[in-house]
Unconditional design. Structure first.
Length: 334
């Protein structure tokens, strides 16, 4: 057994001894020199150390928040005007480009307001190209249906190149490329749906597409017997999905969020997306078509935010655009 420990000894430190009527250790509650029996009253809100902590006052929102939020809507409103009125799209592009140059020169390209303005440039370029090129418009017959260089495919690929080049340039100026969500989703289930979905959506869309298009574009008969047409259709669909998802759910949603808030950015890009699909070939129920396209744009934006990636909106968009190529290049002669 270990030897017993020696008895502990120590020195008693005197500390303002208590009076007979005070409880034990009352002396330690007094400051040196304080008279016995005099109790200290702690101020309300004070800590034991004697520091007084005032309750945190709710910070009032600056009065300039609302005007700044309205100012942040200006480029979205200008872009929506160009999307709704194709004839003014070159002017809209010039206004937005001039604003972007002024922002870059002033050194504000990387704050929330500057990025919100720069976010509209890729869409403005894409919409202006569509207005000047007069595309897409349905061809009178299906002679170019299986042609890899069919006019709808070529014009849409050129448009995609212009939009993506603009996005790359603006991205170097704005600096926040992570906001574009050009990445794979972290959830493997989302990635699996993105890869498998087109194989299910394309056949179904080719079947139900003419029925859904009838209230807006009239009777649309498609020539679907030539499998070679799938090659230009896939090129058209991939180009169209790439440019529209990068314009709306990429730049417009990602770079407008700091200035407009998440809900405002989702709704803003959805409104512009809806107006952009009211082309000259729409024959009826334009408000209903705008509502449907704006709703689909809002859903795609919510999916992009939720998955933190454009992969699923891109693949679904591309699958649904395959029938669109058939409607432009493989329509039955009437």
């Amino acid at each position: 057994m270990p030897p017993p420990l020696p008895e502990a000894t120590g020195t008693v430190i005197p500390w303002e001894g208590r009076t007979r009527d005070e409880p034990p250790h009352a002396g330690f509650a007094r400051r040196p020199g304080q008279a016995p029996g005099r109790r200290r009253v702690r101020p309300r809100g004070a800590s034991p150390s004697g520091l007084v902590h005032h309750a945190a006052m709710p910070s009032a929102r600056p009065a300039v928040v609302l005007p700044l939020r309205l100012l942040a809507l200006l480029p979205i409103v200008v872009l929506a005007t160009g999307a709704a009125i194709p004839v003014v799209r070159p002017v809209v592009l010039g206004v937005l480009a001039a604003g972007a140059i002024a922002i870059a020169v002033s050194g504000r390209a990387r704050d929330s307001m500057g990025r919100g303005w720069l976010a509209t440039l890729p869409a403005a370029v894409g919409l202006t190209w569509a207005a000047l090129a007069g595309t897409p418009m349905p061809l009178p017959d299906a002679i170019h249906c299986a042609d890899v260089l069919s006019p709808p495919t070529v014009t849409r690929v050129v448009q995609a190149c212009l939009v993506l080049a603009t996005l790359a340039l603006v991205g170097r100026i704005a600096g926040d490329t992570a906001a574009l969500r050009l990445r794979l989703p972290t959830d493997r289930r989302v990635a699996a749906r993105a890869l498998v979905g087109p194989f299910v959506l394309v056949p179904g869309a080719l079947w139900i597409g003419p029925l859904l298009a009838r209230p807006f574009f009239g009777d649309v008969g498609l020539v679907t017997g030539d499998l070679r047409a799938l090659v230009p259709a896939a090129a058209f669909a991939i180009a169209n999905a790439a440019l529209e998802e990068s314009m709306y759910r990429g730049a417009l949603l990602g770079w407008s969020t700091p200035a407009l808030g998440l809900a405002g950015a989702v709704l803003g890009q959805a409104v512009v997306f809806g107006f952009a699909h009211l082309g000259a070939d729409v024959s009826g129920a334009a408000p209903l078509l705008w509502l449907g396209m704006a709703a689909s744009g809002a859903v795609a934006g919510a999916v992009a935010v939720r998955s933190r990636s454009l992969l699923l909106p891109f693949t679904v968009h591309a699958a649904l655009d395959v029938p669109l190529y058939y409607a432009y290049a493989c329509r039955l002669a009437t």
